[in-house]
Design a protein around this ligand. Structure first.
Ligand code: TMP
Length: 211
């Protein structure tokens, strides 16, 4: 990148997929790669990313609640994250890499829990206005394969403990988001070897001229 970072636009990149898809290790690799450049790189996650949102994360992952409460809490955490962290970083010209964002709400609360998509769309607009990621990596794989990868988790949280049928609905929820905004998504076949997955991730960045 030849532009100085204080005038270059920031980029908002999100990583999504069902639990066990392996996205976090590829996020680690991309973060390390981008940090070799001159641009500020900010790594964050949802639910979380601020002290308040990290407290809400503990409730969301571990406390029993209904789907409306769950949806309100993920969007409350997101509001704090967007206002305190994401928008200021993008305004500075940073690359923001987030382990999950609003597509996860449509997939897990909308798809997995069957919660009202119209309510989620209203909350999405309230919380983030027109802000959407510039690029979303969707790590896709069959839930049965993800379940094998997750089986070593010692204390599964409220989502990891769900059955394969739940994750089939989550996967379908992600596909519906991708079909609605195809230009934003890079589909990654997460059932491949780690080396092949890394190649697909890098190819998506090259395609956009970002590497
Ligand atoms: P993680 O394990 O990838 O950090 O994600 C935490 C869990 O939270 C994961 O099972 C997906 C779930 N989740 C939702 O249900 N809705 C959301 O909006 C987000 C961001 C995550």
């Amino acid at each position: 990148m030849s532009q100085p970072s204080n005038t270059a636009p920031g980029r908002f990149i999100t990583f999504e997929g069902i639990d066990g898809a392996g996205k976090t290790s590829h996020l680690d690799a991309m973060e390390a790669q981008l940090r070799q450049g001159a641009r500020e790189v900010l790594r964050t996650r949802e639910p979380g990313g601020t002290p308040l949102a990290e407290k809400l994360r503990q409730c969301i992952l571990h406390d029993p609640m209904d789907a409306l409460t769950e949806s309100l809490l993920v969007f409350a955490a997101r509001r704090d994250h967007v206002v305190q962290v994401i928008e200021p970083a993008l305004a500075r010209g940073a690359w923001v890499l987030s382990d999950r964002f609003t597509d996860a709400t449509f997939a897990y609360q909308g798809g997995g829990r069957g919660f009202d998509l119209g309510v989620l769309e209203t909350l999405e607009t309230w919380v983030q206005g027109q802000r959407q990621p510039d690029l979303t990596f969707l790590f896709d794989l069959p839930p049965e394969v993800a379940a094998v990868r997750l089986s070593s988790a010692r204390h599964p949280d409220r989502f990891e403990a769900q059955d394969t049928a739940f994750f089939e609905r989550v996967r379908a929820g992600y596909q519906a988001r991708r079909q609605a905004q195809p230009q934003r998504f890079a589909m990654i076949d997460a059932s491949c070897t780690p080396a092949e997955v890394a190649r697909q991730v890098n190819a998506a960045l090259h395609l956009r001229g970002w590497l």
